[in-house]
Design a protein around this ligand. Structure first.
Ligand SMILES: O=C(O)CCC(=O)C(=O)O
Ligand SMILES: [Fe+2]
Length: 300
């Protein structure tokens, strides 16, 4: 008998889950219901979880799978451990559509994001459903993208530094972010290991489609990304302190809406280890540069 209530937030992605107080002590039945809601709706939201601190968030995240370290290159909150501190108070901008950490061969399966401080207005987060994005492509385009592979990297994006509000700060941040360079070739369409659904795997770390000229590659990436980020394919969440969002990182992209100026905004993220993606033809992603074994185990 279901104890949780799951209500969709938008037509193609996102649901709010009520009737649960998150933490490390949930029953196996409740965890199974949360997993099912996550696989079905791709991102799920829990309001009113103010009782959670860092360790409570971590205990809950462990119920969903093995954890990664905070990030392959960015130090964890407190120097070690599992929490990535997303603090935008310094004007930092991470405002492009992405799937988390796709520059490694084992991107997280899921991310658990908890709102600590939110601005009085603005700073919402958007998620897009990469499964429906694939399903809504015309059949001929699906056949094309099924066969493509793309190179993802955390290497410096100089164009981005140049267009930042604060290029010096952006450069310093990018230096940490790319202090170890990772480069991985992923299928553009991956087969989801739990649902079997086909899902677009692109986003901000995808720099080029393998085997195509830069111009053709840019056009194809834009064409597909336009489908992913079409407003009908997204959900938008207005944060309150104590909110928790959990997304399936194998079936979504996301981005912050950076409309809150320099006002404080802080969230803490923990990621669950993922598998190595596999394409429609069965070929797995391949590492070009970097060794991610210290960042994350490969999920079974
Ligand atoms: O700050 C946000 O809303 C999203 C940040 C982000 O990309 C993440 O938590 O992975
Ligand atoms: Fe992210």
């Amino acid at each position: 008998m279901p104890s949780l209530h799951v209500s969709p937030v938008a037509g193609r992605i996102g649901a709010e889950v009520t009737g649960v107080r998150l933490g490390g002590e949930l029953s196996a039945d409740v965890v199974a219901e949360i997993r099912l809601a996550l696989l079905t709706h791709k991102v799920i939201f829990f309001r009113g979880q103010e009782h959670l601190d860092e360790s409570g968030q971590e205990a809950f995240a462990r119920l969903l799978g093995e954890l990664t370290t905070a990030h392959p290159t960015v130090p964890a909150l407190g120097g070690n451990g599992h929490i990535l501190d997303l603090d935008y108070s310094g004007g930092q901008k991470v405002d492009r559509w992405h799937t988390d950490v796709t520059f490694v061969d084992r991107p997280p399966a899921a991310s658990v994001l908890r709102a600590v401080t939110v601005p009085p207005a603005g700073g919402d987060t958007l998620w897009a459903n990469t499964v429906t994005a694939y399903e809504y492509l015309p059949a001929d385009l699906r056949h094309l993208v099924d066969r493509l592979r793309a190179v993802h990297t955390n290497r410096f994006d100089y164009a981005r530094i140049a267009t930042s509000d604060d290029p010096e700060q952006e450069r310093a941040r990018a230096e940490v972010f790319a202090s170890t360079v990772f480069e991985t070739e992923h299928p553009v369409v991956r087969v989801h290991p739990e649902t079997g659904e086909r899902s677009i795997l692109l986003g901000d770390f995808a720099r080029r489609v393998a085997g195509l000229s830069a111009v053709t590659s840019d056009s194809i990436i834009r064409l597909i990304q336009d489908q992913v980020t079409a407003v009908e394919n997204t959900v938008r969440w207005r944060w309150a302190p104590g909110d928790v969002a959990v997304w399936d990182n194998r079936a979504t992209q996301h981005r912050v809406v950076h409309d809150f100026g320099g006002r404080p905004r802080r969230l803490h993220r923990i990621t669950i280890a993922g598998d190595v993606p596999v394409g429609v033809d069965g070929s797995p992603s391949t590492v070009l540069t970097g060794d991610a074994t210290a960042y994350s185990p490969v999920a079974a």
